[in-house]
Design a protein around this ligand. Sequence first.
Ligand code: SGN
Ligand code: CA
Length: 519
Amino acid sequence: KLSLGLVVLPFVPSSIVQGQEQEVRNERPNIIFIMSDDHARQAMSIYGHPIGKVAPTPNIDRIGHEGAVFQNNYCCNSISGPSRAAILTGKHSHKNGFMKNWAKGFDGTQQTLPKILQANGYETAVIGKWHLISKPTGFDHWMILDDQGEYCNPHFITENDTTRHLGYVTDLITKYTEEWLDGRKDKNKPFFLMMHHKAVHRNWVPAERHYHLYEHTTFPLPDNYFDVYEGRYAAQMQKMNIYCDMYEGHDLKMVTGMDSDSLLFDPWPHAFLGTMEPDECRRFLDAYRDRNNEFHSRKRSFKEVAEWKYQRYLQDYMGVVASVDESVGEILDYLKCTGLDKNTIVVYTTDQGFYLGEHGWFDKRFMYEESFGMPMVMRWPGHIKPETQVTGLTQNIDFAPTFLDMCGIEVPRDMQGVSFRELVETGKKPRDWRKSLYYHYYEFPGFHSVRAHYGVKMERYKLMHFYVEDKWELYDLKTDPTEMHNLYGKQGMEKVTAELMAELARLQKQYEVPQNLCK
Ligand code: SGN
Ligand code: CA
C-alpha cells in the first residue's frame, strides 16, 4: 500500500561491481544507519590523521575499506538535534523547524525518511540517542535514551515507560540492536534501522574494560592548541576551551588532591558518578587514582597543565571511541553470520564533527572544518566498490534522498538534499554536482557561547557571517587549512569575496531561508 503519494520504482541496481553479480539480489536493500555523537574525523583512523594513527578504529575503517569513505561530507548546522532533524527530513533547519537543541520539540507530524520507508513496506526502528524533545514517529520500534543519555546504567524510554538499564550505554545499544534484528516480525520485509550511540559525547566516560586503554598514550598536540584568535571575533568570544572552560571534575576526572576521592568542579554529579552503583564508582575512582596522584606530585606551569588536560581529554575520548568501534565490529560480524551483510547498506557517521584540541577547543557549532565536517563511511556490496573515495561535497540533508534512491523510492520534491547515489556508486562526481554548501548555526545564547552564523563553503574558499554582530570571516582552505587567517577585507580578496557573497545569496534564495533568520 502506498501513501504520501509516492511511487515505488522497480529496484534495479545502477551499477554492479564485477565478480560480485551473484551476490546482488534483486531485492530492496536493508539499511543500518549507525550514528555516534561528536565523533571527530580526526579520531577515525581511515582518515589518516595523526590521532587516528595512535588510536586506530579498525572496525569502522572496515566499512570504509569494503566500501566508501566520504572526504567532503558536512552538516548543515553543527549540533545534535538540528543535525538529526536534517537527516530525518532531508531539509535545512529553517524548513524542518528544529534549529536549536533546546528551543522546542521536533514536529513529528511532518514528512520524514522513516515514515516514507515505512509506507513503502520497510520495517523501521530507532535505538539509542534521539534528542529531539519529542516521541519518535515513523518507527515500528523505538527505544531511546532520555535526552543526552548517561554512560553508566542509562535510562531508556519506550512507548510504555522509562527504565534504568544496568550496563554501559554503548554495549546496551548494541545488545538491543541485535535483539531487534533477531526478533523482526516479518523477515521478508526490508528494514531501516537507526542505531544511535550516546558515545562519544561529553563527559567521555570509557567502558570499564577501557579505563586503562590509553592511560600511557601520548597524543599529538595540535599546532594551534594555543591559538589566540587574532582577527576572529567569534572565536575570541567562545567558551569551549580545554584549558579554560572544561570542567575539571566532570570532564577531566580531576580530584582535589593526593589520594582524594572528591572530584573538582562537576555541575551534574547525578549524571556522572551518581549513575554508578557504589562498587562501580569505587572501581572508577581507583582506576584514575595513580594518574591523578601523579598530577599532584609536583607543581606545574599553566602551559604544562593545559597540555596535561589535552592528554587526559584525548585518553578518555579515545577510550570511549574504542567501545563504539567494538560495537561496529560486532554488528558487522552479526550481519555476516546471518547472511544479512549481502544486501544491507551499512553506514557509520556521527551527528557532527568535533574539536580535539584544534584552536584549544572541544565541542563543535562553528563552521570551521573540524566541526562542520562529518566523517562517514558506507558499504553496500555489489554497488559500492571497495576503497571508493567520495570527494564531492555532500551534506547531511542528502542522506534521506540518497537512501530513498537506493531503495528505489521516488524522492519527494520538497526535500532539499539530493541523492549522492551516483557519486558513491561510481566514485565520480557527475558534471553538474553541487559546487557549494550552505551552513547555518542558530543556538546563541547557548552552551559554549558560539555566535549565530551562516556561511558558504566552496572547494577552496569559505565565507562566514556572524550576523548579529555583523562580523565576516573568509578563509583560503588551500593555503590555510586550519583557518587561522581571516582574509575578509584584505587587499586582493575583493573578487573572491564578491563571488562568495553572490553564491551565499543564491543558496539562501534556493533554500528559501527567511530573511528575519539572518539578522
Ligand atoms: C551538553 C554538553 C555541551 C554540549 C551540548 C550539546 N554539556 O549540554 O558541552 O555542547 O550538550 O551537545 S554536558 O556537560 O552536559 O555534556 S550535542 O551534541 O547534544 O548537540
Ligand atoms: Ca553531537
